[in-house]
Ligand binder design. Structure first.
Ligand code: ATP
Length: 468
């Protein structure tokens, strides 16, 4: 599949590998499952952590003009009035009167009627669905409710009484915590515009049609940056962040062939955006948004200034000028990137096992930067003298990241398992090791093995991981 990479992997293949190997499990499975929720197993947890660390390193640690923040999930309810989410963060919803199935009206129009839903009002959608005589994809009836707006924010209550005055929302994006702390960050750090604040954390959206595995979730993590600039420089910084996002995607291992950018049409833009470009990935279910870049203007800070009554202007000392900064926002979803990474890394190829038998080798070609395990240490057999050396080697190598030690099953099956979970290197301790203190390093992608002295292993592994 690797050569040319014309077609992408089937989604079921990824779902089943993810479950079998412990990347992603269906949520609350022992209770019969909770629809559209997922839990991340040991390998998924590592992958997620590596991805978030890579993001933090690339966008925050390595840049002088970036700071981090960790805001709350529960914010003052007025925040979401100011941000426009109470008013605008809606999806158009339509029900089948017969089977009670619920759909997003815009998706129905696009997928079943194959026409654009861009710019359509609620009334337009109701009329189009009625007039087209569209059949319910579930039961085939042609009896639809009018289209209604449905707000995507989850609601909960603080304290024992469930009433309007105690209503709070689970944040649907991390961005607002950054805007409402803008003033505090400027006051407590010596930052000058242009500068940015980044945050990684959970967001919640009561999506009407979640699905496609972990593509659209009710609960997910975002990695967002709000980059504050002078208004007249927005095009320069928009281009800068578009390049940085592309560079990051390559840095974590994406190949360019299944990535493209797409600019939003005027009707498609979010209520706060003047320009948006999405990075799209060729998922098994087609080209879909992976992550995005938006020019949010001064919309958020201006609205928060209005709603809170606080002065959120910035004073430019060099120019002796006060203004509300404008904002460029690069945003990424952790789980969506993770799904794309799994699909992008997945490969199958004909191979021959250690006994000379042909088999189909499944390999996740993760970049070592994000691979759950950096290496696996494998004693050829479970003999005490080999196990002892292997455990010592594994312990020593753990300074480079997560190292798996595995002494079960035949060596061939252990290599297969490591290929399937994307471990870049397998280090095997055999009888020759006991004679001359050398071990083999097997490269996941080429399957080539080389012998190196144990004393050089640390340096060897570090070099290989760093050159990735
Ligand atoms: P979509 O059009 O797919 O609903 P969006 O344009 O509303 O997404 P943004 O609000 O721009 O998405 O969110 C930023 C990023 O967060 C997206 O690019 C995506 O990676 C991720 N994301 C958004 N919604 C979800 C979700 N329901 N589940 C998983 N990830 C999501």
């Amino acid at each position: 599949m690797e050569a040319g990479r014309a077609s992408t992997v089937r989604l079921e293949t990824i779902v089943s590998l993810a479950k079998r190997r412990g990347f992603v499990y269906p949520g609350s499975e022992i209770y019969g499952g909770l629809a559209n929720t997922w839990d991340f197993g040991p390998l998924g947890a590592e992958l997620k952590r590596n991805l978030k660390n890579a993001w933090w390193e690339f966008f925050i640690q390595r840049r002088e003009d970036m700071l981090g923040l960790d805001g709350g999930i529960l914010l003052h309810p007025r925040v979401w009035e100011a941000s426009g989410h109470v008013e605008e963060f809606n999806d158009p919803l339509v029900d089948c009167r017969r089977c009670k199935s619920r759909f997003r009206a815009d998706t129905l129009i696009e997928e079943k009627l194959e026409r654009s839903s861009e710019g359509l009002s609620i009334e337009d959608m109701t009329r189009i669905i009625q007039e087209s005589n569209l059949a319910c994809p579930v039961c085939g009836a042609r009896d639809w409710t009018p289209v209604r707006k449905f707000n995507l924010m989850f609601r909960t209550f603080i304290g024992p009484v469930e009433e309007q005055s105690t209503l709070v929302y689970l944040r649907p994006e991390t961005a607002q915590a950054i805007f409402i702390n803008f003033k505090q960050v400027v006051q407590t750090s010596r930052v000058k515009i242009p500068f940015g604040i980044g945050q990684v954390g959970k967001a919640f959206r009561n999506e009407i049609t979640p699905g496609n595995f972990i593509f659209r979730l009710l609960e997910f993590e975002q990695m967002e940056i709000e980059y504050f600039i002078r208004p007249e420089t927005w095009e320069e910084y928009f281009d800068h962040w578009l390049n940085e996002m592309a560079r990051f995607l390559r840095w974590i291992g994406f190949k360019p062939d299944r990535l493209r950018t797409r600019e939003h049409g005027p009707q498609e833009l979010s209520h706060y955006s003047k320009k948006t470009i999405d990075f799209e990935y060729l998922f098994p279910f087609g080209w879909k948004e992976l992550c995005g870049l938006a020019y949010r203007t001064d919309y958020d800070l201006r609205r928060h200034q209005e709603y809170s009554g606080e002065d959120l202007t910035y004073f430019d000392q060099e120019r002796n000028e006060r203004f509300i900064p404008h904002v460029i926002e690069p945003t990424m979803g952790v789980e969506r990137l993770l799904l794309a990474l799994l699909c992008d890394a997945y490969d199958e190829e004909p191979a021959v096992d250690v006994n000379g038998n042909p088999y189909t080798r499944v390999v996740l070609r993760f970049n070592p930067r994000i691979a759950p395990y950096k290496a696996a240490v494998l004693p050829l057999m479970r003999k005490p003298e080999l196990v002892e050396v292997a455990r010592e080697v594994a312990r020593e190598l753990r300074q480079h990241g997560r190292i798996e030690y595995d002494e079960t099953q035949s060596i061939g099956r252990r290599y297969r398992r490591q290929d399937e979970i994307g471990t870049p290197y397998c280090i095997t301790i055999d009888y020759q090791t006991l004679d001359d203190r050398t071990v083999t390093i097997r490269d996941r992608d080429t399957m080539q093995q080389v012998r190196v002295p144990i004393d050089r292993l640390n340096v060897e592994l570090a070099e290989r991981l760093q050159s990735a």
